[in-house]
Design a protein around this ligand. Sequence first.
Ligand code: ZN
Ligand code: ZN
Length: 354
Amino acid sequence: MKRILCALLALVILLTVSSCKLYTPKQYDRGEADAKLIVHFIDVGQGDSVLLESDDEFVLIDAGERGYGDAVSSYINERGADELKYVIATHPHTDHMGGMRTVLNDIAAENFITVETDCATSTWIKLLKTVEEKKINYIDAKSGDTYTFGSASFTILAPNSDSYDNYNNYSVVTKVTCGDISFMLTGDAEKESEYEMVRSGVDLHADVLKCGHHGSSTSTTAKFLKAVDPSYAVISCGKDNDYGHPHKETMQKLNTLGTTILRTDQMGTIVAYTDGRELSFSATNDNLPSEIGNTENKNSSALTAEYIGNKNSHVFHLPDCSGVKNMNEKNKVNFDSREEAVEAGYHPCSSCNP
Ligand SMILES: [Zn+2]
Ligand SMILES: [Zn+2]
C-alpha cells in the first residue's frame, strides 16, 4: 500500500512539474498548500484592497472605502495574521485608504508606506494620526526600494516625480515577486505614471497585472501593458459602479493581448497562489473564466498604440476596431493619446467612438 501511495505521489509531483497548465479552481486547496505567496484581491466593491501573504508574514495594500474597514479587518484575521509587516496606502483617495484606520485599530502593523501629497482631507489626516499614535514606522515610498516578507519581496516602481495634478498618479506602485512569478500592483496610477515607469527602463514584466484605477481608460495604456505583458489581469471594481469601470478601451486592450481577465465585481474576492513557478486562482463566486490556464493566444505585437489613425481618411480608431483591421499597413499612424490624434487633425471613428 505504501508503495502505491509513493508511486501516486511521485506521479502527482511529476505531473505538477511537467505541466505548465494552471490549476483549475477545484485544485484550490492544493494551490494553497503549496503556495509560497498568496495574493488576495479582496472584494471591497468600488475600491482596492490587496493582502499579500508569504510564510505567515503579511502586507496590506489599501483597504477600500471606510465602510469596508471591518470586512478587510476580519478577512485578515481569518487568514490568521496577528500583525501586518507592511501597510501601504497607495494614495489618499477614500476608495483605497478609507477603511485603513479601522484595520490599524484592529491589527498591529510594523511599517506604514505611503507618498507625501498635499492631501488634507479629514480621513487622510486621521489615518496619519493613527499611524503616529500607534507608533507605526512611517516610510516615504521611494522608487527602487525593495522590501521582503516571508519568501517574497516587493519593489516600489512609482511614483517617479514629485508633483502631479492628480492624486491617482501619486499611487505607490509595487511589483511583488516570488521565485519566477510576479504581480504588478498599480493602485490608481494613470498614463503619466505608467509612461514614467516605461521610460525608467526597469523590468516591468509581470504575470499578473492589477489594472490601474479599476480598469479606467485613464490607465493600462498600450505602452505600459506591452511592457508588463501579463498573462492575467485583475480588475478591482464594484458591480454596476457609477464610473462605468472597467472601461471598454481597457477590456479591448486586454483582449487584444490575450490576457485572462479576472474581475472582483463578477467573481468576488480573487485569490492567486504561487509556489514561485506556477500560478493558480480561486474566487468567492467560483466562476473563473473558462479560458483560464490558456494563455497561448497571447499576442503583444498586436498592441501597437492607444489609437490608430488612417493617413488617407484622417479618422482615428481604437486598435481593435474593424476599421483598423481593414486598413492598409502603410496608411496607419499611431497615437499615444486622443489629444494627440485630435491635434494632428484626425477625427474619431463613429463606430468605435475612441
Ligand atoms: Zn484614486
Ligand atoms: Zn481608486
